[in-house]
Every structure is written in structure tokens, then in C-alpha cells.
Ligand binder design. Structure first.
Ligand SMILES: Nc1ncnc2c1ncn2[C@@H]1O[C@H](COP(=O)(O)OP(=O)(O)OP(=O)(O)O)[C@@H](O)[C@H]1O
Length: 310
């Protein structure tokens, strides 16, 4: 698949501030959904602002659809739709007009069929003649997306699209994002909701203190970094780990008859039969067995903390 967005060694130093981006490089293929995860102040908004031409870079280069965002700003910007974090809409303007206006800003001819399609897709068609101020917060967020889609962009940036949005609307947003992807739109979203990244992103990028720590396919990341735990429920409680089991990474769980065995998700179940044999030799009897895999949240927290400690 061809590269839609290419970010090369982008640096940003704010005047009087520190380095917000310290040489970020990232290639995103056409039609991908990439989630950028990072704690507050990591540099997510700065990166998006630079790609969209709203902020200057101190160094590096960015191309969108092959167009350099500085030298060829108009062509690059024409391909981009941006859904900002903050709701900034004209309260007295009507829904359909505000979306139409956004298309006009790109110098494109009015295309009411397209505007209708966008409004219908976002369940805003019935509200098209209502003033923005009469809409709920969730509906306003939909209007922001409609505005960003009015000029038929090929790359869509969503900066915290579901912050403060209820669960139902969040799921709806995910459907909209997937739908856009099926039309070949490339999507980059920033989020604080790790389960959101896990649910919809093809790849996850983790950014911290202006540096990309990793960019990896979601499933592979979970598999590579995830730990699995096996909870061994015993018929009788134990006070300490028996001598014959000390070479296994076992801990006593919340209940005294629970042993927790932690192993790499990658290594599958190698050695587990031996563990069972050793349990038996130590005189322990199993009553039940459950497994759990660490969440992306645990992986993320581990990554960012490791980096902070370094
Ligand atoms: N206009 C500015 N002037 C000076 N420093 C800034 C400016 N904008 C952002 N910064 C600093 O740059 C760094 C990155 O900020 P940025 O807003 O890009 O982070 P973020 O990852 O989007 O955070 P959040 O998740 O809180 O939105 C932070 O240290 C921030 O304080």
C-alpha cells in the first residue's frame, strides 16, 4: 500500500519552552487507522498541528499524499480533514450551512449531494436547519466531524474525538471511523482511552516527551509485550511457595489458596505440564485454573514508566 503520510525527523522547540518534539519519524500507509497514545504534554497535538500546517516545525519534513506541507501547502492541506479537540463552532449558524461553508473554504464548488451524504452518515440530516447552539455536546462533536469531511479529505485527524462522550456515541464514532476507512480514508486519532486504540486501530504509536517510543501493529504489540497470567486455584491454602516450586515465577494471590503464574504471552504454554507435575510433587492439588492477559493499558503504563525512569 502506498504511503499517505510521511513524517521525517520532525522537531519542535517552542519559544521559551522546551523541546515538544525531538525528531519524530513516522510513515502511515493509505487506509490505515493509527492511534497515537501518550500522556498529557507528550506532543500529540503539536505533531498534528505541524502536519496540518497550523504550527511551524523547527526541523524535519512532512509530506501528505506526496505533497510537502510547507512547499506545497495548499495541495497538502486539501487532502487533510481535522477534527480538533476543542469545540469551536459558530453558535447561531445552522448545521447545514456551517458544513457547506467549510467546503467553500477550500475553494471547492458547492456539492449539496455530498453535504447531504455527510450529514446523513453522521445522523445530522434531521438537524440540518437547527442552530448549533441548540445541539447537545455529542451532536456538536458530530458537526465537527461533518465539517472536517465536507471537502472529501483523504486523511482525517481526530484529536481526542471521544473525550467526554458517552459510551453509545463513542461506539458510534468508531463505526464512522471504520466506515471512512472502508472508503480508503487514512485516519490518525489521538486518544487517552486505551481501549479505544485497542478496539479500532490497525497500529498504535506511543509517544512520550516528544519522542515516538514505538509504532506497532495492535495485535502484534499485545502479543509481544503482553504477559499472560495463570491463576491456579488450589484445594488448600498455602502460606509460602513450597521449596520445590521456587524456580517458577509464582506468587500467592489475593486468596491464600491461589497461586499466580506469570509467563510471556509469546512463549505460549511451554513448560506448563512440568509446572503441574512439580505442583503434584509438592503435594498441592489443583481445583481450578483461569488465565488472563495483560491489557494494553498495563503495557502502555509499563512503557512510559520505563522511559521516565531511564
Ligand atoms: N504554544 C505553546 N507554547 C509553549 N509550549 C507549548 C505550546 N503548546 C504546547 N506546548 C508544550 O509542548 C509540549 C507538548 O504539548 P502537546 O499539547 O503537543 O501535548 P499533547 O500530547 O497533545 O498533550 P494532551 O494530551 O494534554 O493534549 C508540552 O510540554 C506543552 O506544554
Amino acid at each position: 500500500m502506498s504511503t499517505m503520510l510521511s513524517v521525517k525527523d520532525v522537531r519542535k522547540t517552542y519559544e521559551g519552552g522546551g523541546d515538544a518534539l525531538k525528531g519524530v519519524s513516522l510513515d502511515i500507509p493509505e487506509g490505515e487507522i493509527l492511534a497515537l497514545l501518550g500522556p498529557n504534554g507528550a506532543g500529540k497535538t503539536t505533531l498534528i498541528s505541524i502536519i496540518c500546517g497550523l504550527s511551524t516545525m523547527t526541523g524535519g519534513s512532512v509530506t501528505v499524499g506526496g505533497h510537502d506541507v510547507i512547499r506545497d501547502f495548499r495541495a497538502a492541506r486539501r487532502l487533510i480533514g481535522l477534527v480538533p479537540q476543542e469545540i469551536a463552532l459558530e453558535p447561531f449558524e445552522r448545521v447545514q450551512n456551517t458544513v457547506r461553508l467549510s467546503r467553500g473554504l477550500f475553494g471547492l464548488p458547492a456539492k449539496d449531494g455530498k453535504i447531504e451524504e455527510v450529514l446523513r452518515r453522521l445522523s445530522l440530516w434531521d438537524k440540518r436547519n437547527e442552530p448549533i447552539r441548540s445541539l447537545s455536546g455529542g451532536m456538536k462533536r458530530r458537526v465537527l466531524i461533518a465539517k472536517a469531511l465536507a471537502h472529501e479529505p483523504r486523511v482525517l485527524f481526530l484529536d481526542e474525538p471521544t473525550a467526554g462522550v458517552d459510551v453509545e456515541l463513542r461506539k458510534d464514532m468508531w463505526d464512522i471511523v471504520r466506515d471512512l476507512q472502508s472508503q480508503g480514508v487514512t485516519i490518525i486519532l489521538t486518544t487517552h482511552y486505551i481501549e479505544e486504540a485497542e478496539a479500532i486501530a490497525d497500529r498504535i504509536g506511543v509517544i512520550n516527551k516528544g519522542e515516538i517510543l514505538l509504532v506497532e501493529e495492535t495485535g502484534a504489540l499485545m502479543k509481544r509485550m503482553g504477559k499472560k497470567q495463570m491463576i491456579l486455584e488450589l484445594t488448600d491454602p498455602v502460606e509460602t511457595i513450597p521449596e520445590g516450586l521456587s524456580h517458577w515465577s509464582l506468587e500467592i494471590g489475593d486468596a491464600p489458596n491461589e497461586l499466580i503464574y506469570t509467563y510471556d504471552a509469546q512463549s505460549e504454554r511451554t513448560g506448563i505440564n512440568r509446572l503441574f507435575a512439580d505442583l503434584k510433587t509438592a503435594g498441592l492439588t489443583l481445583r481450578d485454573l483461569t488465565t488472563r492477559q495483560s491489557s494494553l493499558e498495563e503495557i502502555f503504563v509499563g512503557l512510559v514508566h520505563k522511559e521516565d525512569a531511564a
